[in-house]
Design a binder for this molecule. Structure first.
Ligand code: PLP
Length: 332
């Protein structure tokens, strides 16, 4: 790697990049709806605005970052294809975005990834290569496959164009509903949270941005408190989109500077939230997508009378699994 490409790799995005991303992905990504619930507001004494990325193309916000990253690659390298490693939604998003631009995509997925996500990825025309997430290093496999094929590796969260793309969800939310007192954002590797923090800091500077992780894997919270990236063993949680082992290097500086707090919720709280969304708001939200809402609910007493944004990050879960979780509260 040349020094200049190393610098490019560590380009930390700014709000200007979020604006550029919004222009780039306009016409490709959906401007997703913002929903409210009188039941949720009454139960918490707050005014909550749910940004519904479960209605995004591909069923999650990941399409924003993937589309932005693909559009940012020059034509000639882009024609050689893109590679991603992902436990699900980024894989689908990148495959979908690649299909739209007629670019070949190869996706490295864990062999225990939810079947719906594997099938959706293949359905978008991508080649899937499996690995064992307990014993193999997906980042290394991704780099190897990319270099063999001369393709561009687009990681799920540790990338400036991915972060900038994810930030467009919060940009849209604040432009639509106005100033917020707090914003609750799901946290895996930190692409969504870093992007949200860039947008909120600029457009609603008084807003407290809160990252929310599964309690079983609070590496982000530990990193935030320690001031350096902490790596943990692969956590076990139903929030499969957030069971990462460490934050990204591009994400962490933004999170440290612009995020107010990182909090956690249990799988049981996630299941209760999934049930609430389905029963009361008639929307299907995957466990990871419930992190922000579950934390806002748990912290209601600090949020009384406040205007609160919650990013619902995705809705990709197969119906059998959904039914299993909401009927048994299964922790597995
Ligand atoms: C990827 C994902 C997350 C976590 O996003 P990061 O950018 O990795 O922090 C949250 N929810 C859903 C539905 C996801 O697909």
């Amino acid at each position: 790697m040349t020094p200049s490409s190393q610098n490019a790799a560590m380009r930390i995005p700014t709000f200007a990049d979020v604006r550029i991303a919004a222009g780039r992905i306009a016409g490709f990504a959906h401007k997703t709806p913002v929903l409210t619930s009188r039941t949720f507001n009454a139960a918490t004494g707050t005014e909550v605005f749910f940004k519904c990325e479960n209605f995004q193309r591909g069923g999650a916000f990941k399409f924003r970052g993937a589309m932005n990253a693909i559009l940012a690659v020059a034509d000639e390298p882009r024609a050689r294809g893109v590679v991603a490693y992902s436990s699900g939604n980024h894989a689908q998003a990148l495959a979908y975005a690649a299909q739209i631009k007629s670019v070949p995509a190869t996706i490295i997925m864990p062999k225990d990834a939810p079947i719906l996500k594997v099938e959706a990825t293949r359905g978008y025309g991508a080649e899937v290569i499996f690995y064992d997430r307990y014993t193999e290093d997906r980042e290394e496999i991704g780099r190897r496959v990319a270099s063999e094929r001369g393709a561009t590796l687009i990681p799920p969260y540790d990338h400036p164009d991915v972060i900038a793309g994810q930030g467009t969800a919060t940009l849209e939310l604040i432009e639509e509903v106005g100033q917020l007192d707090a914003l609750y954002v799901c946290l895996g590797g930190g692409g969504l949270l870093a992007g949200a923090a860039l947008a909120a800091a600029e457009l609603s500077p008084a807003c407290r941005v809160v990252g929310v992780e599964p309690a079983a894997g609070n590496d982000g919270q530990q990193s935030f408190e320690k001031g350096e990236i902490v790596t943990i063993p692969v956590p076990k949680s139903i929030a499969d989109g957030a069971v990462v082992t460490h934050l990204g290097e591009h994400n962490f500086p933004i999170i440290r500077e612009k995020v107010a707090e990182i909090t956690t919720v249990t799988d049981e709280e996630l299941v209760r939230t999934m049930r609430f969304f389905a029963e009361r708001m008639k929307i299907m939200v995957e466990p990871t997508g419930c992190l922000g809402a579950a934390a806002a609910h748990a912290n209601a007493k600090d949020l009384a009378g406040k205007r609160v944004g919650v990013i619902i990050s995705g809705g990709n879960i197969d119906l059998t699994r959904f039914a299993e979780l909401v009927t048994t509260g299964d922790q597995a």
